[in-house]
Write a protein that binds this ligand. Structure first.
Ligand code: SF4
Length: 339
């Protein structure tokens, strides 16, 4: 049975929700040696550009740590490679997850796992947490950070308490620890152009202080607009040709590597975990939970697969339904179907 309290759905051994198949929770594989883990959908911010609409869900999900580890061990059986990176990248904020330290500690015990990285907005970090993360052997923190200007940062994060000064202190603490740091700003063309330049200058300063190579990297991202996300008003997405041209110009001007790709993180193809369905196939699924919104449900297919079921009509947990597969990519272990 699924435990539901205060609109939080706890996902554990008893919940009947497999951890393959969904984009918003569980384990996401894109056919490489990197597995993404998504343990929570809660977030402490409500960024105006959030591509997953975090903070607006009717139901939120928290996965039991032991359940994640048992599924990860199962996922790793598909992967013959011994240089696995676990990238914890929730549709939310990882440091709201109570079991965050236990998860890193248990991941560290798996011999195949060589790198553990976390995607975070960084605002909940402090000295103690960084020291704890260092002790359990975290490899890298990827911290989103879009502006050195306080008012722009507060505008983008939609948080009047967002503090640039606090974030700069956090960067310093991470740089002094054994944890690698990747600062990941999004370039919203026309909004934070000057801020991107200032962040590059900050990166150069860190380099001058001796932080380079894996220890410190800057990973500027292009702002992409998703149908399912929040959008910044009056800002349009720039194509990747334009984005990479701008990065190339800045690389030359500042003599700093800005274009990062899979090779920079030792990511390579590895046996994919492939959904056992085809696009447009009609499949029989058992509804095992509500989803995040009124039109989303979680189905179970073939014991080991969760299916995101989209339906305009209300479905009953426990019911068996026939759904049409509308999304199934060969390079992602995701299944979306609709009724
Ligand atoms: S962009 Fe990240 S930090 Fe901001 S609301 Fe979305 S999940 Fe939270």
């Amino acid at each position: 049975m699924i435990e539901v309290s205060n609109l939080i759905i706890n996902v554990n051994e008893k919940s009947n929700i497999p951890l393959f198949g969904l984009d918003f929770i569980g384990i996401l594989d894109r056919g490489t040696n990197l597995l993404e883990v998504k343990p929570i959908t809660l977030c402490n911010l409500r960024c105006k550009y959030c591509f997953v609409h975090a903070g607006d869900y009717i139901n939120n999900f928290i996965l039991k740590e032991k359940y994640i580890i048992s599924w990860l061990k199962y996922a790793l059986k598909y992967k013959s490679t011994k240089d696995i990176e676990i990238h914890i990248a929730p549709y939310g904020e990882f440091f709201l997850y109570d079991e965050y330290l236990r998860l890193i500690r248990d991941l560290k015990k798996i011999p195949q796992v060589k790198v553990i990285s976390i995607q975070t907005n960084g605002t909940l970090l402090d000295k103690k947490k960084i020291m704890d993360l260092e002790k359990v052997g975290l490899t890298r923190l990827n911290i989103s950070f879009n502006s050195l200007d306080q008012s722009i940062a507060q505008y983008l994060s939609d948080d009047p308490n967002y503090s640039v000064e606090k974030m700069l202190n956090i960067f310093e603490m991470v740089l002094k620890s054994s944890i690698d740091l990747l600062i990941a700003p999004i370039w919203f063309f026309g909004v934070n152009d000057n801020e991107i330049i200032k962040i590059i200058q900050l990166a150069k300063e860190y380099q001058r202080k001796g932080h380079s190579g894996d220890k410190f990297r800057l990973g500027i991202q292009n702002y992409l607009i998703y149908k399912t996300g929040r959008k910044l008003r009056k800002i349009r997405q720039r194509d990747f040709g334009y984005f990479y041209k701008r990065l190339a110009d800045l690389e030359k001007k500042y003599n700093l590597k800005l274009k990062l790709g899979p090779k920079d993180f030792n990511i390579h193809p590895a046996h994919p975990i492939t959904p056992p369905v085809e696009r447009d196939e009609k499949i029989k699924v058992q509804i095992v939970s509500k989803g995040r919104t009124a039109k989303e449900w979680i189905g179970r297919f073939n014991e080991k697969w969760a299916v995101k079921v989209l339906s305009k009509i209300s479905l009953k947990v426990g019911a068996t339904v026939h759904a049409n597969v509308i999304k199934r990519k060969t390079d992602e272990n995701l299944i979306t179907a609709w009724i």
